[in-house]
Design a protein around this ligand. Structure first.
Ligand SMILES: [Zn+2]
Ligand SMILES: [Zn+2]
Ligand SMILES: [Zn+2]
Length: 439
């Protein structure tokens, strides 16, 4: 696990080390933690859960969880996690039990066993499709309301001898919610609250600074990890998209987005048509998709999800269409989720430093160009020199004169072009109104 560090100067993420006291559970005996779920109203979100350690072989069971629940079974000695969350019904669950039975003499330690009412703004603003599997984000996704937690009690069929310093647990802070949550540095794949960073064979060991190396706070001991851990806990990672950048969009807004995109694509095709110095390499969709799919090893570049075929891939412009970049051989392979979370953002607003470097390697776009959030200045210049054509011919095309939901496509396009112009370093060189007056 711990590799020698060599000469790499990668930054290490500091983790807290906590030593946890526990009890001795004799072979054949059982201890039961009971989560007393507080009173709730129908529709409120409830949950229970936490982490537990055993040095020896144990049998585990959850009784009374109203829906599916997490209960990991990492071979001992190791940490495991348990929990669930659900929406309260009219006749709410009152108790959930966690049973631990010793198959041999074992020490047991627990961390963060809690239950109660759960509230979080991500949970109230998320798209409903994201919520049915929330049980699977317990216990790290259980944000309890302080004043509305329930008791957790312990019973056993023997006297439990207390033992100090039974287990060590590493706690890493989440970049978004700031909580310190368990990471499993000795068994990385068995995530306790952070997903792994580099899973694919060709990406391991994780060499990313801030992800692949951690340092214990007190001992300064360094762990070079094989898979590494994400900067955000699983809960925050799941809702990251939602949180920062993806306010819910209505169907009308999405239709408008599509209308605007089509008008940009049309403009690019016409602008580049017959132009020698600027070639709009408009390969047929099929060829381009096959090339990009192969170049990205059939995976989503952002989350590495394998995509079963090019048809499954979302071709992303890399540099956004909204800033007048065409879809060409520098496109990025994304899954549907990552593509919709990226939306119109330039790469620098969506990818990490490491990802930008990887993306530059794969697409051939130089790193400094990739990081530049400017609009496509060549297209803007072309537009300026062809203003008469733009207003008198292009905007008069039937596609541009189409009115949907009370909005004329040409008007949407003009507004969107002004937006792109405003992204020019040093401010907009002209507005579409200027252009109309001057033509
Ligand atoms: Zn978090
Ligand atoms: Zn990594
Ligand atoms: Zn993805």
């Amino acid at each position: 696990m711990t590799r020698t560090s060599g000469f790499s100067a990668r930054a290490a993420v500091e983790v807290d080390v906590v030593h946890i006291d526990g009890v001795l559970l004799d072979e054949g005996h059982e201890m039961v933690f009971t989560f007393h779920i507080p009173d709730s109203k129908e529709g409120e979100r409830l949950g229970f859960g936490g982490w537990f350690y055993s040095s020896g072989d144990i049998e585990t069971e959850v009784i009374g969880s109203p829906g599916r629940n997490v209960l990991t079974t990492n071979p001992s000695p190791d940490w495991n996690k348990v929990g669930s969350q659900w929406v309260a019904e009219a006749d709410p669950t009152q108790h959930v039990e966690l049973h631990l039975r010793a198959r041999s003499d074992t020490t047991i330690a627990v961390f963060g066993l809690q239950c109660g009412i759960i509230e979080h703004e991500y949970l109230t603003t998320a798209r409903p499709e994201l919520l049915p599997n929330m049980w699977n984000y317990a216990p790290e996704g259980n944000f309890y309301v302080d004043a509305r937690t329930g008791k957790v009690t312990l019973e056993a069929d023997q006297n439990l001898a207390r033992i100090s310093d039974v287990a060590v647990l590493h706690l890493k802070s989440c970049n978004r919610c700031g909580r310190f949550l368990p990471v499993n540095v000795n068994n990385e794949r068995a995530h306790l609250s952070f997903s792994n960073h580099c899973v694919a064979d060709h990406r391991r060991p994780c060499q990313h600074s801030g992800f692949g190396r951690i340092r214990e706070k007190d001992s300064d001991r360094i762990f070079d990890l094989e898979y590494g851990f994400q900067l955000e806990c699983r809960f925050c990672k799941k809702f990251e998209v939602n949180a920062a950048h993806n306010p819910q969009r209505s169907t009308a807004q999405m239709k408008e987005d599509a209308q605007r995109r089509r008008s940009f694509e049309l403009l690019m095709e016409h602008l580049y048509e017959g132009s020698d110095q600027l070639r709009y390499r408009h390969q047929t969709g099929g060829e381009l998709a096959d090339d990009i799919y192969a170049r990205f090893d059939g995976r989503c570049f952002k989350c590495e999800t394998p995509l079963s075929s090019p048809a499954d891939m979302h071709l992303d412009h890399t540099r956004p269409l909204a800033l007048l970049w065409p879809l060409d051989e520098t496109a990025t392979s994304l899954c549907g989720t990552c593509n919709s979370s990226k939306r119109d953002r330039p790469p620098i607003d969506f990818y990490s430093e490491d990802e930008l470097r990887d993306l530059s390697d794969i697409t051939g776009i130089p790193l400094d160009v990739l990081k530049d959030p400017s609009p496509n200045l060549e297209v803007l210049e072309l537009l300026r020199t062809r203003a008469t054509w733009f207003f008198e011919e292009f905007l008069q095309l039937p596609e541009l004169q189409e009115v949907r939901d009370g909005k004329r496509t040409s008007e949407l396009l003009l507004k969107a072009l002004d937006k792109a112009l405003q992204r020019t370093p040093g401010g907009a060189p002209f507005t579409m109104d200027d252009l109309r007056r001057d033509e």
